[in-house]
Design a protein around this ligand. Structure first.
Ligand SMILES: Cc1cc2nc3c(=O)[nH]c(=O)nc-3n(C[C@H](O)[C@H](O)[C@H](O)COP(=O)(O)OP(=O)(O)OC[C@H]3O[C@@H](n4cnc5c(N)ncnc54)[C@H](O)[C@@H]3O)c2cc1C
Length: 474
């Protein structure tokens, strides 16, 4: 009998499998597609020789992840590239927020001295406690953080605020726009509780560890995890879409890197009652609409400094970004949506043949949205990079429905494994002391539908592996 089976080879499934194998238990991972990686894959979507990040591209949480560090992914081929500027957010009037690793260099780009002091006050403690926050707060209900009451207190208040409340403490439109862009990573309207905490945490990560890209693309993270798993004796079978746990070889524990809807399907009548009812009520969030471009030259940014940034937030002022996210919450797509852009070839020439440039961009749309946001995304980029269209030589569009076909975890195109709402943050996927376990002692959930949610960090996999090792694999 195999000790553990893992269903799904995303970053969380791979991390869970690697930790279980390294703990000396036998483990076999089953992945529906022909390669592992899930939301952490690179592929040739357009022209020969050009590699696109199919899903994730920017990895502040990956670089912060204590478990990625523990697994020594650097010894398995992962190399982080840190762009000179972590985040840029331009406005129409030519002003631009530029986030550097150093807080003081960042503040020097703000035109308002009062904002600089406020930024230092909000950001300083979170950056100082960043390791602790990732270790103790990004997981199940943070019991461990009680050992650090000062750090917990310093982060707890800003963490629960909506970004709209945080931004009110700042005067300058460019700083307020920057905050809006970071808060919008929640996929929620900026008046929602915890959007301030999420945005500030992401900003703090830019100072603490940077917003890096992996040399060679996101696939390198998955490949490194797969290499750790192989080295520890774990086995991987690809091309198998598991429909029911009964199809799998006999095992003591099953760890599922899938979302509640699929957990219910796979478990059949092994999960019932109140728990199954909670999984059925689990809420999925808005979707991504993604556009990949190949250009015959770099993006012609009006402000040349944007070319040094790893991530560019396009959406104008705080009010515009807020309106874009509000529209999504109301089931619409704004004419000027908030767009996240990265141009990896600026920092990593391995992604495309010489002279070719890759653009990764997406905006938020309602779950399952059937429309086409291509033109709106292009208009937003052209707004800050006139002449972009003349450089496009290939493009690839991924709609919410395509995302779900590509990866069954992206229900309706939701890339975070469920709504990142405060009410679902610590209790995803169900109200339970240990959210990785289920009422069936042999079934565990390790996907981003568990705390701390979406992103390539492996923390859901880490917590689930620990739960399985404590319980079924003792
Ligand atoms: C467009 C886009 C942009 C993103 N940008 C970023 C970013 O810049 N930075 C970041 O950190 N994160 C980003 N993300 C989010 C990130 O990709 C996910 O949060 C992360 O991959 C979740 O990891 P996971 O292991 O929980 O699940 P997934 O990565 O979704 O992996 C699940 C795996 O399970 C497999 N599977 C599903 N059902 C079955 C089945 N029945 N049988 C067998 N296998 C199955 C799937 O094929 C998949 O390989 C982005 C995602 C998308 C789509």
């Amino acid at each position: 009998m195999t000790d553990a089976v893992v269903v799904g080879g995303g970053p969380n499934g791979l991390t869970a499998a690697a930790l279980i194998a390294r703990a000396g238990r036998s483990v076999e991972l089953f992945e529906a597609r022909d390669t592992v990686g899930g939301g952490c894959r690179s592929a040739g979507l357009t022209l020969p020789g050009v590699s696109h990040d199919v899903c994730s591209a920017i990895h502040p949480l990956g670089r912060s992840s204590p478990v990625f560090r523990e697994l020594r992914l650097d010894e398995h081929g992962l190399e982080w590239i840190e762009p000179p500027i972590q985040i840029a957010h331009p406005l129409d009037d030519g002003r631009v927020a530029l986030v550097h690793r150093d807080i003081e260099t960042t503040i020097a780009t703000f035109e308002n001295g009062g904002d600089g002091a406020a930024y230092r006050r909000w950001m300083g403690p979170v950056v100082a406690d960043w390791e602790l926050i990732v270790r103790e707060l990004l997981g199940p209900i943070p019991i461990g953080a009680v050992r650090h009451p000062v750090a917990l207190g310093r982060f707890a208040l800003p963490a629960i605020l909506p970004m709209a409340a945080v931004a009110r403490r700042f005067q300058s439109p460019v700083v307020r726009a920057l905050l809006a862009g970071c808060g919008a990573h929640s996929f929620l309207r900026l008046t929602a509780p915890m959007t301030g905490g999420l945005g500030l945490a992401l900003l703090a990560s830019a100072h603490a560890v940077g917003w890096p890209i992996p040399r060679g693309g996101a696939q390198r993270i998955a490949d490194a995890l797969a290499s750790v798993l192989r080295e520890a004796g774990g086995r991987t079978t690809t091309g198998v879409a598991v429909r029911n746990l009964a199809e799998l070889p006999p095992h003591r524990a099953a760890l599922l890197d899938v979302t509640p809807r699929q957990v219910l399907d796979m478990a059949g009548d092994r999960l019932g009652g109140l728990y199954a009812a909670q999984l059925r009520r689990y809420r999925y969030g808005p979707a991504a609409f993604k556009l990949d471009l190949v250009l015959d030259g770099p993006v012609p940014w009006r402000d040349a400094r944007l070319s040094s940034a790893g991530t560019i937030h396009l959406g104008g002022t705080f009010e515009e970004v807020a309106a874009s996210e509000r529209a999504v919450a109301q089931g619409r797509v704004h004419d000027r949506p908030f767009v996240l852009v990265s141009e990896p070839t600026r920092h990593d020439p391995t992604r495309a043949p010489e002279g070719r440039h890759v653009v990764w961009a997406y905006c938020h749309v309602p779950n399952g949205w059937p429309g086409d946001a291509t033109e709106r995304i292009l208009r937003q980029i052209e707004r800050f990079a006139p002449g972009l269209r003349d450089r496009i030589i290939a493009q690839h569009v991924t709609r919410p429905a395509n995302l779900e076909v590509y990866n069954a975890n992206y229900v309706g195109g939701d890339i975070n494994g469920g709504l990142q709402h405060w009410a679902q943050f610590f209790t995803r996927p169900a109200v339970r002391w240990d959210p990785y376990s289920t009422p069936d002692p042999g079934i565990f959930i390790c996907s981003s539908s568990t705390p701390p949610g979406g992103g390539v960090h492996g923390l859901c996999g880490m917590h689930a592996a620990r739960a399985a090792l404590r319980r079924a694999l003792r």
